[in-house]
Design a protein around this ligand. Sequence first.
Ligand code: AMP
Ligand code: ZN
Length: 115
Amino acid sequence: MADCVFCKIAEREIPSAVVYEDEDVIAFRDLEPQAPVHVLVIPKKHLESVLDFGKENKVLAAHILADVIPEVAKAQGLSAKGFRVVTNVGEEGGQTVKHLHFHILGGRSMQWPPG
Ligand code: AMP
Ligand code: ZN
């Protein structure tokens, strides 16, 4: 999608620190990390949020949650102590980039509830 920063990262038009990539998904380090490890996992296809997954993207949703997030978390050394996975949706959810992304945050203790 034109003017979408994460589409541009997926297409390698904007540089990023990529930590995982396959045909449908890419994961890269957040520019403004909120934890020692802060990785964003995105589908290469432009979907705005989890609200856009729908039935036609169930395989993609399962791939991200069941395969990619655990693999990235393990590769980043987070599986022993734990980590947090967050996806912000819309205005009240605090979503600033309108391309679906899952934050993987780890390497420190997380607070609950979030602000
Ligand atoms: P959200 O507030 O959930 O929409 O999160 C968007 C995240 O994208 C923020 O944590 C930003 O720091 C991050 N971000 C924005 N632009 C870039 C970029 N070019 N490369 C890496 N992370 C980015
Ligand atoms: Zn996009």
